[in-house]
Design a protein around this ligand. Structure first.
Ligand SMILES: *Cc1c(COP(=O)(O)O)cnc(C)c1O
Length: 490
């Protein structure tokens, strides 16, 4: 299968590329993204065939339908990483919380957030392409807390790939910071920046665009690549678990084959929701995809009004920081799918120039056929955490909690919902401890212990061990010095 470009093509690029090209250089003409030329149609036959398959069997068959230019052996090696999740026989458990609400838990991997679902296999695929081509890649990652640990974990000690990971010093939780600064491998460099996440992100963007920096990398025989969620190499692994979760509901006799369900997704950059949309297009019976947000509610406004409006918006810090995003990159792929490349280029151009676009009435109606949305503020979220724990014995993190609000406001009560849980309680323990017991300003270690006691849950070993591990990355610098620091590492 070939990949085409969301904003059409400029004179310098070929009209379509293979998967490996699209993942090595994920930015397409006019700043657009790559999308598959067509999506494989799976239909009910595929679902029936995999009713009793393991996660890996399902994944491997689904990926083969994309006909990507990656050896089957490499794909198998990539999928084998799901064996290291808590339960090798089912890396993504789906749990009934109440009447029509099921939660698909995407956090059972090594770094306890859903980024592992895609980044784990992606690391194997990217490194194998680099080795085959005999090329070296530097992955630059700026993180607010979940992508960094997952990227370091997947690329550590992999051949032909190095990672430089920038995080805002003081801007992540203790657990997230420790997950990064204790990760020891020759090919990893973790750098704390004096500033906030946007400073790290902007510094990274400047480096990506700097010809001087790119020339210095060439001197080290290295090219730049990116592991953020605009990379289709991540998206492709995020289609699988939506299909798996549906099949789980059939297996649990919660629905019959063919019955439509809501997919309710706590969203930031829209990679998770896009995976659900593609699964739907490929034949999954879906009623609607519900987009859940926090106070940074641009997506709610887009889906309710057709206006993407950043003119008077600034990111606000929330209790669900992995969703503190205003420019939600993967929405572009939905625009492309619904309205084509010419209109997508026009809309994205006005977002870049005017910080605003507005869909026509017809376009908005099309968007609303597929999506509904609501947002949940931090206090509401904490109430959902506490109530759901007290009434149903289910503990969730603040990102997942945003789905509980839209479950109430957007869904027809007769239809089953699959909501996605994107992080384990261990990653955001101070907020959860506050929700459950009212304690304030607890450090992660104290909060972990009090939740563990309150909810009779064990702290997983990979989290507990972090507090005793040796810190191997202690570089904290001003953003002006990032390029120099990275070149020193190379
Ligand atoms: C990344 C992340 C999200 C947002 O996912 P997108 O695919 O960017 O929409 C939500 N919750 C958590 C915990 C995350 O780490």
């Amino acid at each position: 299968m070939n990949f085409i470009q969301t904003r059409g093509i400029d004179e310098n690029s070929s009209s379509n590329v293979r998967f490996s090209e699209a993942i090595l250089s994920p930015i397409a003409s006019f700043g657009g993204l790559y999308v598959p030329e067509t999506l494989p149609k799976l239909g009910e036959e595929f679902l029936l065939k995999h009713l009793n398959s393991s996660y890996k069997e399902l994944a491997s068959d689904m990926l083969s339908r994309f006909e990507i230019d990656i050896d089957a052996k490499v794909i198998q090696e990539a999928l084998d990483l799901y064996d290291k999740f808590d339960d090798a026989s089912n890396p993504v458990p789906v749990v009934k919380v109440k009447e029509n609400l099921y939660i698909s838990e995407l956090y059972h991997g090594p770094t306890r957030a859903f980024k592992d679902m895609a980044l784990q296999p992606f690391g194997v695929v990217l490194s194998s392409i680099a080795q085959q081509r005999d090329e070296n890649y530097l992955i630059l990652a700026a993180t607010s807390g979940d992508t960094g640990p997952a990227a370091l974990e997947t690329f550590k000690n992999r051949a032909n790939v190095k990672v430089a990971c920038l995080y805002p010093d003081g801007g992540t939780s203790d657990v997230q910071r420790l997950q990064m600064v204790t990760e020891k491998a020759e090919n990893l460099k973790v750098i704390g920046i004096n500033g906030v996440f946007d400073d790290a992100q902007n510094a990274l963007k400047q480096l990506l665009a700097s010809s001087e920096f790119n020339d210095s990398l060439k001197a080290h025989n290295t090219s730049l690549s990116a592991a953020n969620s605009v990379n289709f190499g991540r998206i492709i692994f995020q289609i699988i678990y939506h299909i798996h979760s549906y099949l789980e509901l059939v297996r649990q006799d919660a629905i019959v084959m063919g019955e439509k369900v809501y997919l309710n997704v706590p969203s930031g950059n829209f990679g998770n929701a896009l995976g659900g949309y593609y699964a739907w297009e490929m034949g999954l019976p879906v009623e609607k995809i519900i987009i859940s947000s926090n106070e940074n509610n641009v997506l709610t406004k887009l889906i309710k009004t057709g206006k993407y409006d950043l003119r008077n918006s600034e990111v606000v810090g929330t209790t669900s920081p992995a969703m503190d995003i205003l420019k939600s990159s993967n929405v572009e792929r939905i625009l492309y799918d619904m309205f084509g490349p010419k209109r997508t280029k026009e809309l994205m151009h006005s977002l870049e120039v005017d910080n605003f676009y507005e869909l026509s009435e017809v376009e908005l109606a099309r968007l609303q056929e597929c999506f509904d949305a609501d947002f949940c503020n931090g206090d509401e979220g904490k109430k959902y955490i506490k109530d759901t724990f007290e009434n149903y014995g289910y503990l969730m993190d603040p990102h997942t909690a945003t789905c509980l609000k839209s479950y109430e406001t957007c869904c027809d009560a007769k239809i089953k919902t699959i909501a996605y849980s994107t992080a384990e309680w261990t990653k955001f323990s101070p907020v959860i401890a506050n929700a459950l017991t009212g304690e304030n300003d607890a450090k992660d270690i104290t909060a972990l212990e009090s939740i563990s006691k309150e909810a009779s849950l064990e702290i997983p070993s990979m989290i507990k061990e972090l507090f005793d591990k040796k810190i191997v990355h202690d570089t904290i610098i001003n953003k002006e010095n990032i390029a120099k620091e990275i070149l020193k590492f190379l």
